[in-house]
Ligand binder design. Structure first.
Ligand SMILES: *Cc1c(COP(=O)(O)O)cnc(C)c1O
Length: 363
């Protein structure tokens, strides 16, 4: 008997496994597995979300006009060239669906964000992984991996899960070294957390030409992961393409309303960044002090390396037993590592205490 068969490439996908949020039999779990902000969203965003309850029978604004205007004002971007999506994940998928297909190659860094290869495979394109240097995007390696079939290149900057970043000069060198017909997608999901003066999220590169897109999200510092809201800053042609292929109401009314409130609460965002500025170095130092290898991060998470995959799994189990959920990294080709999101003060201290005990009992 014959049965419907999916398109080539799809069954080769390893389904995305998100960060866990529960431990069986443990209450009061500390969730540090998904790079969510420990401070939650702006109270204004929660209010805006609640206010929507009486309007659930109404379709959202299909143009996301108000939120695009607010994003434009806040980040100095032209709203006409902003396209909103149901999370930046949707925009990644739409970009790949629009610019790559069977026999095309989508270029990314060895430990790049997993949604790039998943979306590439889902359209029958081939993800091509360039090696990294010291867990960091390597521009020369990316350029060396370009072939006639390359249609797109993705760089998360800073990258998840490594936490590393490349300077705006390096990013520009990548753009300059790529053919003009290759679309470079700069995924700046963690841009609001970065405080380095050689860093740029990418808006200027978008405006300088026709072949760079910058992706941003409300899931990270703005704390609205549940609502699914991301945005792409595009050259006009690319915005036109995305507006053709996206669903007419792809961003929910709740996401638009809460996003608008969140973006206007600058005080809350500053507080979230200040919290991270304090606890990112603290947790990095605390875990380094107990002999662990912590990769320098400019995001709201750290990548911690153990001696091997078995020890990393044991550390993860020890953390779980202590009620702390972190992210295993096997899917990223880093089974010897765990990714830990920066939490509240007592959460960071619980991580440190659990890993200290783990080191003392296994050393
Ligand atoms: C979290 C994350 C996103 C955001 O995804 P959303 O779909 O907007 O929630 C995008 N890119 C990277 C690299 C991320 O880590």
């Amino acid at each position: 008997m014959s049965a419907p068969r999916p398109r080539p490439g799809i069954m080769a996908i390893q389904p995305y496994v998100g960060g866990g949020h529960a431990v069986e039999g443990v209450s009061n779990v500390v969730v540090l597995s998904a790079n969510e902000t420990p401070l939650g969203p702006s109270p204004d965003a929660i209010k805006a979300f609640n206010n929507l309850a009486e309007e659930l029978h109404r379709y959202p604004d299909g143009d996301s006009a108000d939120i695009r205007a607010a994003i434009g004002e806040r980040f100095g971007c032209d709203p006409a060239n902003i396209v909103c999506g149901a999370g930046s994940d949707e925009l990644i998928a739409l970009l790949i669906r629009s610019y790559a297909g069977p026999n095309d190659e989508v270029l990314l860094s060895r430990h790049g964000f997993l949604m790039y290869p998943i979306s590439a495979q889902s359209v029958g394109a081939t993800p091509v992984f360039a090696p990294e240097a010291n867990y960091t995007t390597d521009v020369d390696a990316l350029l060396a991996a370009v072939t006639d079939k390359t249609r797109m290149a993705f760089v998360a900057n800073p990258n998840n899960p490594t936490g590393s970043y490349i300077s705006s000069d390096e990013l520009q060198r990548l753009r300059d070294g790529l053919r003009d017909d290759i679309l470079l997608v700069v995924d700046s999901a963690y841009a609001e957390y970065v405080s380095r003066n050689d860093y740029a999220a990418g808006a200027e590169m978008v405006e300088a030409g026709r072949n760079v897109v910058m992706l941003r999200t409300f899931s990270k510092i703005f704390g609205l992961a549940a609502l699914r809201l991301g945005w792409a800053y595009c050259p006009p042609d690319v915005a036109g393409v995305l507006n053709r292929v996206r669903g007419p109401f792809n961003v929910s009314a709740a996401a638009q309303a809460a996003g608008l409130a969140a973006i206007n609460d600058i005080t809350h965002m500053d507080r979230s960044r200040a919290h991270n500025d304090e606890w990112l170095p603290w947790l990095t130092q605390a875990l380094t002090d107990i002999g662990l290898t912590v990769h320098p991060s400019v995001g709201n998470f750290i990548l911690v390396r153990f001696d091997d995959a078995v020890i990393a799994a044991a550390a993860s189990a020890a953390l779980e037993a202590a009620g702390v959920v972190v992210r295993a990294m096997g899917g990223y080709g880093l089974p010897e590592c765990l990714r830990i999101t920066i939490g509240l003060e007592d959460e960071n201290k619980r991580v440190t205490a659990a890993l200290t005990e783990f080191r003392n009992t296994t050393a």
